[in-house]
Design a protein around this ligand. Sequence first.
Ligand code: SF4
Ligand code: SF4
Length: 519
Amino acid sequence: MGFMNRFKHFLGDQLLGNNWGVHPDDHKRPAADAPVRVMPVPARLYLPLQQHLGGAARPTVLVGQKVSKGELLAEATGMVSAPLHAPTSGTVVAVTEVTAPHPSGLSLPAIILEADGADEWCELTACADPFALTPADIGRRVAAAGVVGLGGAAFPSAVKLGGALRAEVTTLVINGGECEPYLSCDDRLMRDAAAGIVDGIRLMLHATGARVALVGIEDNKPEAIAAMQAAAAEFAAVQVRPVPARYPMGSEKQLIQVLTGIEVPADGRPADIGVIVHNVATALAVRAAVREGKPLISRLVTVNGNCVAAPGNVEVRIGTLAEEVIAFAGGLKGDGLGLARRIMGGPMMGMQIPHWRVPVVKGSSGILALDAAEVAAAEPDPCIRCGSCVKACPMGLLPLEMSARIRNEAYGEAIDYGLKDCIACGCCAYVCPSKIPLVQYFVHAKGELAAQDRAKLRGEATKKLALQRQERLDREAREKAEAAAKRKAEREAAAAAKAAAEAAASAAPAAAATVGEGV
Ligand code: SF4
Ligand code: SF4
């Protein structure tokens, strides 16, 4: 049963159809309208080795080593991973732990680079005619440049492009939705660099073999829509389509359904229906990697929230501390006295961070400093069964029922209520008048289930290995016994042959003597 239909029998049509999602006050302007400010290179950059989905990068430099801007600092490991490059020229001063952009406040291994002020590029390998490259060549250049999804997911882009080629996708969906409130870095990029984005999209079409690219942009970004439509006008394969501004329109499944009319199956991937999704900023990074050989070393970050003195978008080197970005953007109003919450990313799916000494990573779309009025009061009240969460859920789920099951650790029942379809968009938590942290329950439960699945897989793998080992030991013992028996038989046969030969030898003189006696 599709996600829009799952609970129709229970809820009635009025709660589904086009009613999914929420319309939070988007808080995007005036930040979206302010010109981009380019931040100078800070004195030190803090570069976590794990800033993408998949295996952490492995350092290729030593402490004390001098590097040029763009030089490899850490290489990708395994099938799903991404390398890390020097955002400026300077000296590696430490490989140590830094606070990661993660709500736990846990540390991650990181390379710390001290800038030398020269900001000198390493040698780059440009490509004058990238459309003459094979799709595999494009994938290699994107992989070598460390490009990851810049919409927040940070999945290595080359892996996604290669998967799309193998899956023979037909449609490339380009996510220009940027549906989370407060964020406007993609909006700004589309207004300022539309031609480059469209070029990147065409390279992605070439790399995946997809026939058409559908660029979905929420209709609250008219300037971006106009800029992208103008840039794509001469390319029939790139179609820019306004979509309704509604959270979570930027979620893959929602955007695909709105743009193509096709629903991604539960537990399925977009590639299953011939679609791949990339973000607009990723397209621009792909262009830089393929045409100019430039690695991903900087990104646009939205600095926003009531506590920020001068909200806007800032071009920042990866590894810059949030506190330095905020200071560059004009600092916090009233020395931050009204600050109630620090967030990296958007308010719905971003991460609350414990302090500002957290570095910008490749997936950091925003740095938000929110005051108490912007943050719902912390302590939740009991559920009043108002149904608001059900109405808001874009996947047609029953968040209140799922959360009740999860609180009792009845994960199986939560799955029956559709936990696996939950995209952790946060709409339900956003509208809940009791401020119940519904989405946190779902993320926690998914983590628990994933851990259980991994443990089960490990158990099965261990069992299989033990069985294989026993079979090998049995086989070896059998072969040993057979070899011993064979050797024994050979020894016995040899002994018998020898005895027979000796008997024959001793019989021969006697026979000769007998013959001689007869002569
Ligand atoms: S977080 Fe999950 S349950 Fe809540 S609205 Fe989003 S999809 Fe629905
Ligand atoms: S929105 Fe909150 S209070 Fe209302 S039914 Fe859902 S969980 Fe309960």
